[in-house]
Ligand binder design. Structure first.
Ligand code: MSP
Length: 521
């Protein structure tokens, strides 16, 4: 059995209104998994919602409904529609209130307890409900008499509880050895360095249960306690694919097929959870650790992480209503080097939309279709070859594939768009509209029109993971489906083979792929 390429996003706090920061990670996961599907790989893409903890319980109370009703409503009215609107093709959606999750969490953690990794202790110290995190001094700033969480800028609470503890400190040595031997498992390098220095600074055991409220998964051996929300949440990556189920059951088979995860995509603020606590939990449970945790940067507003709590969250719909879904998907991956922070600006997005999408890509498609209609009656002429375009395409595919697989989305998209520019240059240089004036040039003209359409075939395949709906329209207009099959079935490895569009294909005028932007008065 070949292992599936398994990619996850964080499970988002269900009571945060989805904004473009969440969309950024999920679109990245979608593009990455669509690319790998087009490489012919078996793929599993998971996202979901984190539904337990004090923060969620308190918000439900302020709305006067039960926690369960509150989270059910948010998943159905906010999160799932948000991902559908952005054309996210996730294979599964995990909710931490689902029985499949709670039962597997209890079974796994009972196993850790039985193996001696969990013990009873007392916790007294700072806790930030916004982060749902036990804080250490470096995470806090003193303002007047109050300690504030650096992340939220809000006062922390001091909690004092009899809790269950996980022997995290026992895994410092194994984790350091792991990152020494497999540096590629924590990326980018800056994130890995941060993790290593954190480990070297002396990590203490972790309180993994709470006893002062009940919105969580019950500790099976102590009915007065629930698991700490992060300990439950991290396990979603494994519970969603059958953690601990018998090997012949459906869950067990799924687990064997996908484990370990190939890429956990996360924002850099949750790095310690994913690169310290999570692999330690897996080591304690004798399970393979993830092949890669990639901590990306933040979308900033006014130089700070965009967030709902600071009232700086921009919702995707504000952008997609104006630019469309595919331009939204394209923009963030194209504009921000993956791993760095980036600021969203309407001006930059408008400029790229117009120059790269509407002019370079959209106009090429409409010019090509219009000329084939005008000069060839809408029927694709005989197969032709253009050595320089073919070579440029080959280079673009190799570069794009290497970059996309290395999670360099900006590099991948640039390689493809450079090819698009090259094709525009070819058309401008050959001036088919001049050749068309004299019947003597018919063979040359046909060749140019064929090569342009064939280049668009390649662009439709290469840009499909990034802009699926637009590329479907283009595929349709090239008359490609009939002869070549579904666009999603086209393989990256075959894209550079020239001459796939057949002579005689019916080319129809594309609806405008990227309409001119409405300027508000
Ligand atoms: N529930 C936890 C994650 C548990 S995973 C086992 C959580 N949820 S969250 O709703 O706060 O989502 C955090 C994630 O959303 C970030 O790690 C990142 O993927 C994404 N982003 C939220 N705001 C963001 C920005 N401003 N910029 C980029 N990504 C952001 O933490």
């Amino acid at each position: 059995m070949t292992k599936s390429f398994y990619v996850t996003t964080p499970i988002y706090y269900v009571n945060d209104a989805p904004h473009i920061g969440h969309a950024y990670t999920t679109v990245v996961g979608d593009v990455l998994t669509r690319w790998h599907r087009q490489k012919g790989e078996s793929v599993w893409f998971l996202t979901g919602t984190d539904e337990h903890g004090e923060k969620i319980m308190r918000t439900a109370q302020t709305h006067g409904i039960s926690s369960q009703e509150w989270v059910d409503k948010l998943v159905e009215t906010e999160w799932k529609p948000n991902w559908r609107a952005l054309n996210i093709a996730n294979d599964d959606f995990i909710r931490t209130t689902e029985v499949r999750h709670t039962e597997r969490v209890q079974r796994f953690l009972q196993g850790l307890k039985d193996a001696g990794h969990i013990y009873a202790g007392k916790y007294e110290g700072p806790y930030c409900v916004g982060c749902e995190e036990f804080k250490i001094p470096g995470d806090l700033t003193l303002k007047g008499e109050e300690w504030l969480c650096n992340m939220h800028g809000t006062p922390i609470e001091i909690i004092k509880e009899d809790n269950w503890f996980f022997r995290l400190s026992a895994f410092i040595g194994p984790l350091l050895a792991h990152y020494e031997a497999h540096p590629e498992t924590c990326q980018p390098e800056s994130a890995r360095n941060e993790v290593i220095s954190f480990l070297k600074s002396g990590v203490t055991d972790l309180s993994i249960s709470r006893s002062t409220f009940d919105w969580g998964i019950q500790v099976p051996w102590d009915k007065d306690q629930i698991f700490y929300v992060w300990f439950d949440a991290l396990l979603n990556y494994a519970t969603a694919v059958g953690l601990g189920d018998s090997s012949e059951s459906e869950g067990g088979k799924k687990f064997a097929e996908v484990w370990p995860p190939d890429v956990h995509l996360i924002g850099k603020e949750i790095l310690r959870f994913h690169a310290v606590i999570w692999p330690a939990m897996l080591m304690a449970g004798n399970l393979a650790t993830p092949k890669m945790v990639f901590a990306h940067g933040w979308l900033l507003v006014g130089g700070e992480k965009m967030s709902k709590s600071k009232f700086t969250g921009i919702v995707s719909k504000d952008i997609t209503d104006h630019f469309g879904v595919d331009a939204f998907r394209y923009y963030f991956l194209r504009a921000i080097p993956f791993g760095s922070d980036g600021s969203f600006s309407w001006e930059d997005m408008s400029a790229r939309y117009t120059s790269e999408l509407a002019n370079d890509f959209g106009n090429l498609a409409s010019r090509s279709a219009a000329m084939i209609e005008k000069y060839c009656g809408g029927v694709l002429p005989v197969v032709s070859h253009a050595a320089d375009l073919e070579a440029a395409l080959k280079t673009a595919v190799d570069k794009a594939d290497a970059a996309m697989c290395a999670l360099d989305f900006q590099g991948g998209i640039l390689a493809i768009m450079d090819f698009c520019k090259r094709v525009n240059g070819y058309v401008t240089e050959k001036e088919p509209w001049v050749l068309a004036k004299d019947q003597v040039n018919k063979i040359e003209l046909d060749g140019i029109l064929y090569n342009t359409a064939e280049s668009l075939r390649a662009l439709a395949v290469l840009l499909h993971p990034v802009m699926p709906a637009t590329c479907e329209i283009l595929w349709q207009s090239l008359g490609a489906r009939e002869k070549l099959g579904e666009l999603s079935a086209q393989k990256i490895a075959d894209v550079a083979a020239w001459g796939q569009l057949p002579e005689g294909a019916t080319i129809s005028r594309t609806p405008v792929l990227f309409p001119r932007l409405e300027t508000s008065a």
